[in-house]
Design a protein around this ligand. Structure first.
Ligand code: ADP
Ligand code: MG
Length: 731
């Protein structure tokens, strides 16, 4: 790690870790601060140190939330964390081993698709199992692909890739790479079998399983988890984090969760695409909640003071003869923001305001005044960007359109340059200019990613692009992603296409008013979104599923694709129904019903009605169970209303009978006669008439019996009258 100036906040983390390791008491600590204040560096430094304080292997893992694509990347940070813990457990205190394991496990996991969630159970053992088996089996150079399935072949290919990238010395110590292959292949099959055994039913099951897993792992090794830039976390990940936080508080164990976030982002709130308004940031709400529950410590990260700046100057320029007030000048300019300090010092050096004399002493140019350096962080970054040659500038511009994290392959496709050349530019930007670095994340297609060395740099370059050029780059990025059918690929494709055709803003939200409606683009986005929503539902990212379904509804309404609209309105309704949110669910079912009336699609109409009715029946029955009879009655009345203009059928007969029953047992006898008359009238010319008529007679008799049996015969006179009239009705 590069130069690190000691900060007092580190001590607070050390105390928490000590409490976890020595007393088994876990905690949650959030570190907030402005961009560039050193949150990431501080916590990463802490994670690196953990192992050196104690004899035990402290399992550490970190992951970042990215402000990259408009559609959130549900649970991704947690997935990375679980993988890293597994690798750490198997690798012991060997950092290099841990990194290599991480890549291998990552491949195994990605092969499981969105169902990876089902495999939490065996996390913490995958890497170890793979290694043990590998050591035990004999040398063989071929992998068992007897099934000959293409999917398995490509999996093997990807594993091979993983190993090419993990050329650690410890791998060399195992002479049977083919054997290791096979071992991991087997492990992954075990993983697949395991899926069937622990089939999760809901998001809560998943949360529970994660917390159980962490508890089990923490029995042997204390755990430290770091989630960076929580202001951009997806809702599912936030929910899981808070579940775990409360869980630690209620029944503590040695888990230390550290989060970081930018406070000013939380104050801005977050757009809610379902309601179409900016709401309180979901994280803020949860933070307040945890504070009330005393389940969270917050640390606001201070900025550097003058003496820390002096320290950083002296460490960067070991032998120097700077003027007395130099450190104060830098402090006054930067207000002590570490990123700003760092960029300013780089700027001075690169512009030769700082130079080395014959004796290798660093000096400030004699006529230098602080006014000569850019006065804002954006301006320093601009200055740095402008000093690059055109080729590098273009590279960074294309990269910035991809987001904070970018792939070289995509840049090479867009610029029509061969990959080697792109790799060379990238190496320069990384080694000499320190503007980019390799990302820890390896995506599902096994493309490697690079990242901007800081998020402000990416934002700065992106924002300064000419608007038309920017849109055209977005379209090119979309095209480049088109062939990747993984979840990441689909998301990127949809996002960039939407931005390019001015449907989405730069955060991936649909514009309030879309002017040029490009039907073809919207159709393409819908196809991708449908696949993604399916993945979400399968992996219990319900909040995200809800959001994407709303987006699908919105987009399909733009191109008058009412059928898709209805399909997804119903889907949301069903989700709400399962969550027992009757009133909200009803709105969706009703809206689908109203929309379907305008369509001439009988099959769809019937399906919508069936769904709506079965919802109303379920709702009525649940009210009945909790003895809320008048609400149940209303629900049945609503159901009959829906069926009003349709031919009489068995469903209508069933609902009518249920409603009659409730009328009888709740003494609402006044409504009975009318309901019987109306329904018999409607049933009159149908094949169901006779059967229905008979059922009504026996139903009323049962009602009379029931009332007597509970000793409440008050209404039985009236009911007997009705029964007599009914018997006299011609059948
Ligand atoms: N403790 C530190 N010592 C030296 N430099 C630091 C320190 N903390 C931050 N910096 C400088 O500031 C830059 C931004 O820090 P970073 O941790 O990325 O900020 P944040 O995560 O708060 O946005 C770093 O790249 C580094 O140059
Ligand atoms: Mg950071």
């Amino acid at each position: 790690m590069s130069l690190f100036i000691e900060r007092s906040e580190l001590e607070k983390l050390r105390i928490k870790l000590d409490d976890a390791v020595k007393n088994g008491i876990g905690s949650v600590v959030f570190i907030s601060g402005e961009p560039g204040s050193g949150k990431t560096m501080l916590i990463e430094k802490f994670l690196k140190e953990c192992d050196s304080y104690y004899e035990q292997n402290i399992l550490t893992a970190s992951s970042r939330c990215l402000d990259m694509d408009g559609v959130s990347r549900g649970f991704l940070p947690w997935k990375e964390i679980l993988i890293e813990l597994d690798a750490d457990k198997a690798a012991g205190k060997d950092e290099e081993k841990k990194n290599n394991f991480k890549k291998v496990i990552k491949v195994i996991f990605d092969d499981a698709g969105p169902e990876w969630i089902q495999s939490i159970d065996i996390i913490g053992d995958i890497a170890a199992a793979a290694l043990t088996t590998a050591k035990a089996i004999s040398k063989t150079d071929t992998i068992d692909v007897s099934t000959g399935e293409v999917k398995k072949l490509s999996f093997a290919e990807r594993l091979k890739n993983a190993f090419n990238h993990s050329a650690g010395a410890w791998l060399g110590a195992i002479p049977m790479v083919g054997g290791l292959f096979e071992a991991i292949f087997k492990t992954s099959q075990k993983l697949a079998e395991n899926e069937q055994q622990t089939f999760l039913k809901s998001q809560e099951d998943f949360f529970w399983l994660v917390s159980k897993k962490l508890r089990d792992m923490a029995k042997e090794n204390p755990i430290v988890i770091f989630l960076d830039d929580l202001q951009w976390a997806d809702l599912s990940s936030i929910n899981l984090l808070f579940y775990l936080a409360r869980n630690i508080k209620d029944r503590t164990y040695p888990l230390l969760i550290i989060g970081s976030y930018r406070y000013e982002c939380l104050k801005e709130g977050r757009f809610n695409p379902i309601k179409g308004i900016i709401e309180q940031h979901p994280l803020l709400e949860k933070i307040n909640n945890l504070i009330r529950y005393s389940a969270l410590d917050e640390i606001h990260l201070s900025l550097f003071n003058k003496s820390q700046i002096k320290e950083i100057i002296n460490a960067t320029f070991p032998k120097n003869d700077f003027p007395e007030n130099f450190a104060s000048d830098i402090y006054n300019l930067t207000k002590g923001n570490p990123l700003f300090v760092d960029e300013t010092l780089k700027n001075l050096r690169e512009n030769f305001f700082i130079y080395q004399d014959k004796n290798k002493v660093f000096r400030l140019r004699s006529k230098f005044t602080i006014n000569e350096i850019p006065r804002t962080i954006a301006a320093v970054l601009n200055d740095r960007f402008m000093r690059l040659n055109e080729e590098m500038q273009l590279f960074l511009q294309v990269a910035s359109v991809q987001g904070e994290r970018f792939s070289l392959e995509i840049i090479s496709k867009i610029l029509g340059e061969n990959l080697v050349k792109i790799e060379k530019i990238n190496a320069n930007l990384s080694d000499i200019h320190k503007m980019v670095h390799k990302s820890d994340v390896i995506d599902e297609d096994f493309r490697e990613y690079y990242e901007f060395s800081n998020n402000l740099l990416q934002k700065y370059i992106y924002e300064s692009l000419n608007p038309d050029f920017r849109l055209s780059l977005h379209r090119k990025v979309a095209t480049a992603y088109k062939e990747y059918q993984t979840e990441d690929g689909l998301k990127n494709y949809a996002f960039h296409l939407g931005v390019a055709s001015r449907i989405f803003d730069q955060k991936g939200q649909i514009f309030e008013k879309v002017f040029n409606i490009n039907t073809d683009d919207i159709k393409e986005i819908l196809v991708a979104y449908k696949k993604i929503s399916n993945n979400y539902i399968k992996s219990f990212r319900l909040e995200e599923a809800n959001i994407i379904c709303h987006n699908i509804i919105h987009l399909s309404s733009l191109i008058n694709d009412t059928e898709t609209e209805i399909e997804f309105i119903t889907l949301i309704g069903r989700g709400l129904k399962l969550a027992g949110k009757w009133n909200e669910a009803e709105k969706y079912y009703k809206s689908a019903f109203n929309k379907s009336k305008e369509l001439k699609n009988d099959e769809l109409n019937n399906r919508v009605i069936e769904n709506y009715i079965s919802f109303l029946e379920l709702k009525a029955r649940s009210f009945e169970k909790s003895n809320r009879i008048s609400e149940a009655i209303n629900s049945y009345i609503d159901a009959l209303q829906v069926l009003k203009n349709l031919n009489f059928n068995l469903i209508e007969a069933r609902i009518t009978k249920q409603l009659l029953w409730l009328y009888m047992i709740s003494g609402k006898t006044n409504n009975i006669k009318k309901l019987i008359d109306e329904s018999l009238n409607k049933a009159k010319d149908t094949e169901h008439y006779n059967e229905f008529y008979g059922q009504l007679i026996s139903l009323i008799s049962k009602g009379i019996e029931f009332n007597s049996s509970i000793g409440d015969g008050r209404n039985n006179n009236r009911l007997n009258q009705i029964l007599t009239t009914l018997r006299n009705t011609p059948s």
